[in-house]
Ligand binder design. Structure first.
Ligand SMILES: NC(=O)c1ccc[n+]([C@@H]2O[C@H](COP(=O)([O-])OP(=O)(O)OC[C@H]3O[C@@H](n4cnc5c(N)ncnc54)[C@H](OP(=O)(O)O)[C@@H]3O)[C@@H](O)[C@H]2O)c1
Length: 215
């Protein structure tokens, strides 16, 4: 499958690398066509890897991953182009983190709103699936880094899109427990969980952590 990965940070690099190793063709996108991190990734990832501007990656992909800073995500997706995202699954991994008052960050959306919903509202013809934002970049693509069973969540308005993303999560990324939380408004919960995640990171002194829901 052809996949566009928007983002050259830790998350974009981890996800793009894993997708290439699973046999997909992946184009990484950034603000510029000659982003040094994207070029370095293409050299390292090898066959199946390419890079370009956000719009190049979105046009290339049958599916796109949004792995950009939450505060910039809407701007990035505008640059990627609504036409390039039309009818496609848009996997949203971003968190609405506000670093303007330093560390730890707060959230610029929550409670009655979420970044996932803002993205779905701004791009109504894309099928937004929010997932993976509750774990760090390393755990996203290697859930076995965390001992025992742990869970990842999906939410979105399109059942077929969630099924396809769940297939990628299980087959390509190795997740065993994928919990479908319902429509995109559930992103309010998974994004707000970051407030707890940040505290767990501090308390446990490792970012290799996750939760398992028992019922
Ligand atoms: N790091 C983690 O472990 C983790 C875990 C869960 C969720 N997340 C979420 O995943 C997303 C990516 O995180 P990250 O740590 O990999 O990287 P990041 O530093 O949050 O984002 C990097 C990407 O955002 C783009 N970007 C930043 N500022 C921009 C601006 N003003 N205008 C346009 N584009 C801008 C960059 O574009 P260029 O390529 O052009 O520089 C780059 O592609 C974030 O939303 C984060 O909250 C991260």
């Amino acid at each position: 499958m052809k996949i566009g990965v928007l983002g050259t940070g830790m998350v974009g690099t981890a996800i793009a690398t894993k997708l290439v190793s699973a046999g997909h063709e992946v184009r990484m996108g950034s603000r510029s066509r000659d982003n040094p991190k994207a070029k370095e990734w293409v050299e390292k990832a090898g066959r199946g890897a390419s890079q370009g501007a956000f719009a190049d990656a979105a046009a290339f992909g049958e599916i796109a991953f949004n792995c950009t800073a939450g505060a910039a995500s809407l701007e990035v997706l505008q640059a990627a182009g609504a036409a390039n995202l039309r009818g496609k699954i848009l996997v949203d991994v971003a968190n609405p983190l506000d670093f303007s008052r330093g560390m730890p960050p707060s959230l610029f959306a929550g409670n009655t709103d979420s970044l996932g919903e803002r993205i779905q509202a701004a791009f109504p013809d894309a099928k937004v699936v929010k997932t993976l934002n509750t774990v760090n970049a390393s755990v996203m693509i290697d859930p076995g880094r965390v001992r025992g069973d742990s869970d990842v969540f999906v939410c979105g308005n399109d059942a077929g899109a969630k099924a396809e993303v769940t297939r990628i999560l299980t087959k390509d990324f190795g997740w065993k427990n994928v919990i479908d939380l319902g429509d995109i408004t559930a992103a309010r919960g998974t994004e707000s969980y970051l407030l707890l995640w940040l505290r767990l990171w501090g308390a446990l002194n490792t970012a290799d952590l996750n939760i398992h829901v028992v019922h």
